[in-house]
Design a protein around this ligand. Structure first.
Ligand code: GCW
Length: 714
């Protein structure tokens, strides 16, 4: 009886628990929360949208579809003002709107932002959504719908919101054959073969989801680029996508293979100073813009991991970038030039190489070039210090590159909410211009006054029905959008919004899922890469642990290069006595890392090689601490599982089961990381894994012989 009563209570507080496949992501528009639906019905009785563009049509579609779902009835359009009118548009499209907003509010909204106001007009309670541009109206509508979906009060609104960052982009690492490099959610959503004739509904839904979180650009192709994407037939396909995305304010960009003039242009060289090469790029840009007048520009990976680039011709990265920049500049295009470079010939610490290559070029890039920098100096590890380039190139806009796809953070099977990691980086202080010179201020352009600025996330989207594979991976896509709009939002706020929209407003569920999400990143660090360990994953596919690998052709591809375990101890000495990578940071920024006895222990083995009996703050030895963290990470995954199981009454059966199964896998894989790493490091420490820590289930040889020939994303 008790059980039955509980079941009914659960149903009544959560609304429908119909099976969900996750396709809608955070735009589910299910019945509004009971606590607010009555007031919403009062406040929302008619909708008026001024304007005639396809963007306004998109806003109208979204509003009417969403309100039908949320309020359970069709909300009529209306030309007259009444109680409960929701009126949206630009000030130029409506005198009513321009009369009811102050110049100051409007100017704060800027070109892409919006204002949402509760106003009494002619004695009637109205809600106004006002912007300077149609896209601002669409963003405002999506914000209003977010308020409704997250059960916020809407009686007395005065919201002004404008993006802090100009370019808010997804970077797809999608290949033309529809494989996705480091993709764990199925094949590429771009069906190149059926484009441009066939426009999959997914393309529109992709644009809706992106616009709802403020993303305004997408790089469609892999940075390990294929020049074929720049041939006419493919450009026509790209144009079809651009047409689909345009109403949603999303520009398309492509990756440009540096050797394209040779590969598809029939030239003998791709030397950026060669007039024929320069002309080829100019003509290519003209051709692209004739098909896609608002084409965004190119993202380029050059002279890195085998990609061709200007250094093949003894030219600099600036020479290469500026040549392409000149080609797109007449069309207002931009170049995003990646700083992810390290060379096989250079024996220096990989941590240092991008800084060494790029800082001398500061001030040498054309105005329409951004240098795109990964959050950390190695490669999207579970935890890295911020990249030393941030704050070191004041004359160049540095664009942030985060990785949403979980290449090194659990791939397709681990629940890891990455916003805390993104925030950790954004809030790091570079001290470039004294205290408070955060990475966020470098990236949003405010520190050095760059009006061109951007943030990108390497996409985790694929053709899986729920887009991202793991139901919780959607939260990382969501977080990228929200943080690029406003990097001051907390990871907690973003998780709160996402859970409410993606699951429900049921308070205990929101609390518990946030608990899981907000702790998940640190837990993952503990069972994979505690204490500053990094790059100890499997070769090629990067799946699972393989700290023992030491036979790859390039030293910096081997895990042993990074952990440097030996009979004395473990860790990479990056201080003066070692590679001195630490000197690439401002002295104030390194205060927490400099001294191995006083180092922020989260970065201990990143910056120091310390002995196995090194005393930790806790008084434990390093070896014991290592055992403790690996075990703690695993134990905390089991807590995640318990907390998830409690949600059964509040989550639809399909997603509940999916996440349960994935958490089981995550637990198994966390144990694998713990056991394989501890057994391997034990061969150097020569110390026991003592009680209460768990004894590994298998031998080290067992873990070493595991093979995963078809692991995804490779
Ligand atoms: O993280 C590494 C990946 C490569 C990737 C490269 C990069 C696209 O393992 O797959 O290539 O980074 O960012 O260029």
């Amino acid at each position: 009886m008790k059980k039955i009563l509980f079941f009914f209570l659960a149903i009544s507080c959560c609304g429908s628990l119909a099976a969900e496949n996750g396709y809608e992501c955070w735009l589910r528009y299910t019945t509004a929360d009971k606590s607010v639906i009555k007031s919403y019905r009062q406040r929302i009785q008619s909708i008026t949208l001024f304007g005639t563009s396809s963007t306004i049509d998109a806003a109208r579609f979204e509003l009417s579809t969403a309100l039908l779902g949320l309020l359970g009835k069709t909300i009529p359009g209306s030309n007259s003002i009444r109680d409960g009118s929701v009126i949206a548009g630009t000030t130029s499209s409506s005198i009513l709107l321009s009369k009811n907003i102050t110049v100051s509010d409007l100017s704060q909204a800027g070109t892409e932002g919006f204002v949402i106001l509760s106003k009494i007009i002619d004695g009637k309670n109205c809600t106004l959504i006002i912007a300077n541009s149609d896209i601002g109206v669409l963003y405002g509508v999506f914000h209003f719908l977010r308020l409704l979906q997250t059960a916020q009060p809407i009686q007395s609104l005065h919201i002004i919101s404008a993006p802090r960052i100009k370019l808010r982009l997804l970077n797809h690492w999608d290949n033309l054959n529809r494989t996705v490099e480091r993709g764990y959610a199925g094949s590429s959503i771009w069906n190149w073969h059926t484009l441009p004739g066939y426009i999959d509904q997914r393309y529109t839904d992709y644009a809706r989801l992106n616009a709802s979180i403020g993303i305004n650009g997408t790089v469609l192709t892999n940075v390990n680029a294929n020049a074929t994407a720049l041939t006419r037939p493919y450009l026509e396909k790209v144009a079809a996508l651009a047409n689909t995305f345009r109403p949603y304010g999303i520009k398309v960009y492509l990756t440009a293979r540096f050797s394209a003039p040779i590969e598809i242009g029939g030239l003998k060289t791709a030397d950026p100073l060669d007039p024929a090469v320069r002309d080829w790029w100019k003509q290519k840009a003209d051709e692209i813009y004739s098909l896609i007048p608002d084409f965004g520009g190119f993202l380029v990976k050059a002279n890195s991991e085998g990609q061709p680039g200007p250094q093949n011709y003894n030219r600099t990265h600036a020479d290469g970038a500026n040549m392409m920049a000149a080609a797109v500049a007449p069309h207002k295009g931009i170049i995003m030039w990646r700083a992810f470079v390290y060379s096989s010939e250079n024996p220096d610490d990989r941590h240092k190489q991008a800084y060494i290559d790029f800082t001398p070029l500061d001030g040498k890039f054309a105005d329409n070039v951004l240098v795109q920098v990964k959050n950390g100096p190695i490669d999207f590890m579970p935890r890295e210090p911020f990249h030393p380039l941030f704050g070191a190139m004041p004359k160049t806009p540095l664009m942030m590159e985060f990785q949403l796809t979980q290449e090194y953070t659990g791939q397709g099977t681990h629940l890891v909410y990455l916003a805390p990691m993104f925030k950790e980086c954004l809030e790091s202080d570079t001290y470039a211009k004294g205290e408070g010179s955060t990475v966020a201020k470098v990236v949003d352009g405010s520190l050095d006054d760059h009006s061109l600025n951007g943030m990108a996330g390497v996409s985790n989207i694929g053709a899986d029905i729920n887009w991202c594979g793991h139901p919780f991976a959607q939260a990382n896509w969501y977080a990228l959008g929200r943080l690029s709009w406003d990097h001051q939002l907390s990871a907690d706020t973003i998780a709160d919004e996402w859970v409410r929209q993606s699951f429900s407003n049921h308070i205990p569920l929101v609390r518990d899922l946030k608990f899981i999400m907000l702790s998940s990143r640190e837990i993952m660090v503990q069972y994979m890469n505690p204490l500053g360990l990094h790059h100890i994953m499997g070769t090629g596919h990067h799946y699972g642990p393989a700290p023992w690998v030491n036979d790859l052709s390039r030293p910096e591809w081997n895990p042993v290069y990074y952990h440097r375990a030996d009979s004395f101890g473990i860790g990479f000495d990056r201080t003066k006595s070692g590679s001195n990578a630490i000197a690439q940071y401002k002295p104030e920024a390194t205060e927490l890392w400099r001294d191995s006895n006083d180092c922020d222990e989260r970065y201990l083995l990143w910056f120091h090689h310390v002995c196995w009996n090194h005393r930790m703050r806790s008084g434990q030895t390093l070896w014991t601490a290592l055992c403790m963290y690996y075990n703690m990470g695993v134990d905390r995954v089991s807590v995640m599982k318990i907390v998830w199981e409690k949600q059964k009454p509040f989550v639809d059966a399909v997603r509940f089961k999916q996440v349960s199964m994935l958490l089981d896998i995550q637990y198994e894989e966390a144990c694998w990381w713990r056991d394989a790493c501890l057994l391997y490091f034990q061969t150097f420490s020569k110390q026991p894994i003592k009680e209460p820590f768990v004894q590994p289930t298998h031998t080290l040889d067992y873990y070493k012989q595991l093979r995963f020939p078809y692991a995804p994303g490779n």
